[in-house]
Design a protein around this ligand. Structure first.
Ligand code: PLP
Length: 375
């Protein structure tokens, strides 16, 4: 399907075809038991996902935005608090902050890794700062040791946005190890994707775990006993059953993504107008997205799409320039690295099932495009 006509950005259909017997049987089992809300698959998934993240606890929720929101709320984030994060992320990161009544405070990013520039964090800290919220964009983890040190110095909490970083490692440890909690999304296109929405929080802090677990279920301690007001953000049993099947393959899928990324980098490395992504030392990248930089981004994207190769832009407008955040008072030029990169980035197709032939075709077309550009 991928090679003949079109090469999509993500190919969930081929993935399903490869594991359909197991998935169908897992779904059928839930249907037969009819235990759709917080059924045993949810607890099983929480246990297995905590193990995968080398964490003590995991809570499965309805989506990644809720995972971030519930964690911040459970840490006591409220009106007028400030949370430091980067501007080149999905809006779910900052919605979680503003839903608590708090204010997102942006810090520019590293040009090479797209992640928050730790050397600029201290300047952004005020009396109101409560949390640093690093985003492990595209599957590349932030420098969690530097961030933890800053957090300790100023007595701040750290919540990781690991919505794109299932299986990523920093100095051999996954999201959740260096912070108060890490939040994941299981949006279908993620490295571990549900067949609908899903999310999870992992933490090593028992008190925080217990609070989050109650929060996602109306603050419920026991049936009809509500310790506090929470919300309904439970993961569906059906999604948990699907994720349990997929989790078994995740390590292997991430190894495949690494292989695909290596091939892209090799094939593209001598095109002058392209900078392939860089993996810093101490990072095991999970390659949720493979993002190149080129000043010819829009023309290259149009060219590839005219050849039925579908690329993405993650993300074309940094959050501080989005209409939704006009009220924060930021202006063009405030975060020059994020702004510059937003005009140059292009996400190439990447998924474990992407064949070498397809990669070769993509890279040959890119070479052909640049031959014509330089004429
Ligand atoms: C970096 C980042 N943060 C937050 C989210 C929000 O996750 P969800 O879409 O599951 O609410 C996403 C998902 O797209 C994301 O990529």
């Amino acid at each position: 399907m991928t090679i003949k006509n079109r090469i999509p950005l993500v190919d969930l259909r081929t993935q399903y075809d490869n594991i359909s017997t197991e998935i169908d049987s897992a779904i059928k089992k839930v249907l037969k038991k009819a235990n759709f809300i917080l059924g045993e698959e949810v607890q099983k998934f929480e246990k297995k996902f905590a193990e995968f993240c080398k964490a003590r606890f995991s809570v499965a929720v309805a989506n990644g935005t809720d995972a971030l929101f519930i964690t911040l709320k459970s840490l006591g984030i409220k009106n007028d608090d400030e949370v430091i994060t980067s501007p080149n992320t999905f809006i779910g990161t900052t919605e979680a902050i503003t839903l608590c009544g708090a204010k997102p405070v942006f810090v520019d990013i590293h040009e090479k890794t797209f992640t928050i520039d730790e050397s600029k964090i201290e300047r952004a800290i005020t009396e109101k700062t409560k949390v640093i919220l690093p985003v492990h964009l595209y599957g590349c983890m932030c420098d969690m040791i530097k961030i933890s040190k800053i957090a300790k110095k100023y007595k701040l909490k750290v919540v990781e946005d690991a919505c794109q970083a299932h299986g990523s490692l920093f100095k051999t440890m996954p999201p959740g190890h260096y912070s108060d909690a890490a939040c994941f999304s299981f949006f279908p296109g993620k490295n571990l994707g549900a067949y609908g929405d899903g999310g999870a929080v992992v933490t090593n802090n028992r008190k925080l775990y217990e609070k989050i677990k109650k929060f996602r279920n109306h603050g419920r301690a026991r049936k009809y006993i509500h310790e506090f007001e929470g919300m309904n953000s439970r993961m569906d049993t059906l999604q948990a059953a699907i994720l349990l099947v997929k989790l078994k393959y995740l390590k292997k899928w991430i190894q495949k993504r690494n292989k695909i990324a290596r091939i892209y980098t090799q094939l593209l490395s001598n095109i002058r107008e392209i900078q392939p992504p860089v993996v810093p030392r101490h990072i095991y990248h999970s390659w949720h997205l493979y993002v190149i930089k080129t000043p010819f981004r829009d023309k290259l994207k149009n060219f590839l799409e005219s050849k039925n190769i579908f690329c993405g832009i993650h993300y074309p407008i940094p959050l501080h320039l989005q209409p939704a955040y006009k009220y924060l008072g930021y202006k063009r030029g405030d975060f020059p690295v994020a702004e510059k990169l937003s005009k140059m980035i292009l996400t190439l197709p990447i998924y474990p099932e992407l064949e070498y032939k397809a990669q070769l075709k993509i890279c040959n077309l890119i070479k052909r495009f640049f031959k014509n550009v330089s004429k």
